[in-house]
Design a protein around this ligand. Structure first.
Ligand SMILES: *[C@@H]1O[C@H](CO)[C@@H](O)[C@H](O)[C@H]1NC(C)=O
Length: 284
């Protein structure tokens, strides 16, 4: 995330100050980037880091309102994004903002299953053990291909090896902290209580923050898995009948950061692409 933003700024000759509220879980990754930049020959004072734990609001305000800052780029939760956008507006600053997401992943009945839909779902849902903002939270599969898709995805996920990320055979690591584990467990419990089935995974390795990558089938619309941004290795499969129905379901979110769909019919691809409401973030 940081390298993408900083790289572009440096490439056009700007200095950069990155403000990090160091999360207790990952306090050093930004500092490590600064050190790598220094070793690569980036001069001092070109790539700077301000760390703050207690004075987040004051530092954020200064960054957004200072006359010497020309542009603010932020990725994070929708409420904080709105706050920063408001403050930056008062100084008429350029902004690039990436807020919350609840990406739909749609498999239409003419999708290329193996090569595309299943492979993409594995990456889209389980990259970073499901902890990415553009990852899918809701997988809609058209009724006639539902069973096939579910069983192929289940097969792939069952073959994952969780463990030490430096291990040779490891495919997936832990969640970031035990709160994340509790949240995904709560989502699994809630969905199963409402009638969803666990196809694979569904539980934590006791006493750790390793959660078994999970596929849930027939998740009902009322389940909490479907209600907003979540960072979790949990693929929630839902069945749909018609294209109109799935577009309505996909559109029905307050955080349309990203979305995905699969079809081999070019006409259909243009039609569905034009009718999905994505690439924005709003009300919450
Ligand atoms: C979905 O959202 C798009 C963009 O706002 C809109 O054009 C379309 O009519 C919506 N479709 C449904 C079924 O909600």
């Amino acid at each position: 995330m940081i390298s993408r933003k900083v790289g572009a700024a440096l490439a056009v000759g700007c200095t950069v100050t990155t403000v990090v509220k160091p999360p207790a879980e990952t306090p050093f990754s930004c500092q490590a980037l600064v050190e790598l930049a220094r070793r690569a020959g980036v001069p001092d004072s070109v790539f700077n880091v301000v760390t703050t734990q207690k004075n987040v609001a004051e530092v954020g305000k200064e960054m957004c309102e200072s006359r010497i800052v020309k542009k603010v780029s932020f990725t994070g939760s929708t409420p904080v994004t709105k706050l920063l956008a408001g403050m930056s507006a008062s100084a008429l600053k350029k902004v690039s903002l990436g807020a919350g997401g609840n990406a739909p992943f749609i498999v239409l009945d003419d999708a290329d299953m193996d090569e595309e839909a299943v492979a993409a779902a594995v990456i889209c849902k389980f990259r970073g053990t499901g902890q990415t903002c553009v990852g899918t939270n809701r997988i809609y599969v058209q009724s006639s291909v539902y069973t096939e898709f579910a069983s192929r995805l289940m097969e792939k996920v069952a073959a994952f090896k969780i463990g030490n990320c430096l291990g040779k055979d490891t495919t997936h690591g832990p969640l970031i902290h035990t709160r994340a584990v509790e949240k995904v467990q709560a989502h699994v419990d809630d969905a199963t209580a409402l009638g969803a089935q666990v196809l694979v995974g569904g539980k934590v390795i006791p006493g750790t923050s390793f959660f078994h990558p999970t596929v849930l089938s027939d998740v009902p619309p009322a389940a909490r898995v479907d209600c907003g941004e979540a960072f979790r290795p949990l693929a929630a499969l839902m069945r749909f009948e018609t294209e109109e129905e799935v577009v309505r379901l996909a559109n029905d979110t307050d955080v349309g950061l990203a979305g995905y769909f699969f079809s081999r019919d070019v006409g259909r691809v243009w039609r569905v692409a034009g009718s999905l409401r994505l690439g924005w973030s709003g009300a919450t």
